[in-house]
Design a protein around this ligand. Structure first.
Ligand code: NAD
Length: 253
């Protein structure tokens, strides 16, 4: 797997590639031969890793258009777009004011729309065009205390299917990955905020069917598959990388 060079000659943009799942994806695509540009609020880590990095806020259309234009200049075209930037939100419908609902929706959903809109003309010119959106098992799992976040990821799932339908005859494939709880700096921040981070981590792991969190590299491998020429006939799908969290119904025996 490490020696696979199936992205040789392909050009990829990864949003939110400065950390976690996006950083692992950018690294993996580059290792497999792609030229990669990361768009992030903080692209410093990507630049340090030898990738193209552009500062962008996916909730700001002018910022997105400028960063996508810079990325296309640097790469000389585009084959793969990974719409991965996203933020979390905890609570029930009673816990977040309208402004917060609109803010998280603006980043997690409209952010993908903005980047896709800016990237589509270049993708249509590619022979291997693929978009992969980072969704979540929260889209379908009915998680407690995640009303706002789940609603945004439900929208990402619907958006993925609609985009797949709209662009299938243009040669642009669109899929999403549904990670379960993944061991990224995001989850690290949640654990750090707990009274007892070690106990909180143990509780989180105990809730997973596999007894452990998913790794960012495992999610990146699924994104790479969906983005790769190997998946040429795959569009309009959601691939769960969740240790069985959404699909399995484990009960004590
Ligand atoms: P992370 O916080 O480690 O990384 C997110 C990256 O996105 C950061 O580099 C951040 O700077 C960037 N970002 C945030 N807002 C942005 C904006 N407005 N414009 C541009 N960049 C922005 O998080 P992660 O865990 O790697 O999550 C990545 C994606 O995976 C998100 O879409 C998240 O919803 C999804 N996801 C994560 C988990 C998990 O358990 N970690 C589970 C399911 C889905």
């Amino acid at each position: 797997m490490q020696d696979l060079r199936d992205f040789e000659g392909l050009k990829a943009v990864v949003t939110g590639g400065g950390s976690g799942i996006g950083a692992a994806t950018a690294r993996l695509l580059a290792n497999r031969g792609a030229a990669v540009a990361v768009l992030d609020l903080d692209p410093a880590a990507a630049v340090s890793a030898g990738l193209h990095g552009f500062k962008a806020d996916v909730s700001d259309d002018a910022s997105v258009r400028a960063a996508v234009a810079s990325a296309l200049d640097a790469l000389g075209g585009l084959d793969v777009l990974v719409n991965n930037a996203g933020i979390g939100a905890a609570g029930t419908v009673e816990d977040n004011p309208d402004e917060q609902w609109l803010r998280v929706y603006d980043v997690n959903v409209v952010g993908m729309v903005r980047v896709t809109r800016a990237a589509l003309p270049a993708l249509r010119a590619s022979q291997h065009a693929a978009i992969v959106n980072t969704c979540s098992i929260a889209a379908t799992a009915g998680l407690p205390q995640r009303a706002l976040y789940s609603a945004t990821k439900g929208a990402v799932l619907s958006l993925t299917l609609a985009m797949a339908a709209d662009h299938v005859r243009e040669g642009v494939r669109v899929n999403c990955v549904n990670p379960g709880t993944a061991d990224t700096p995001w989850v690290g921040r949640l654990l750090d905020a707990a009274d007892d981070p070690a106990a909180e981590r143990a509780a989180l792991e105990a809730r997973q069917p596999m007894g452990r969190l998913v790794s960012a590299d495992e999610v990146a491998a699924a994104i790479a598959y969906l983005a790769s020429p190997t998946a040429a006939s795959v569009t309009g799908t959601a691939l769960a990388v969740d240790g069985g969290m959404a699909g399995l119904r484990l009960r004590p025996v």
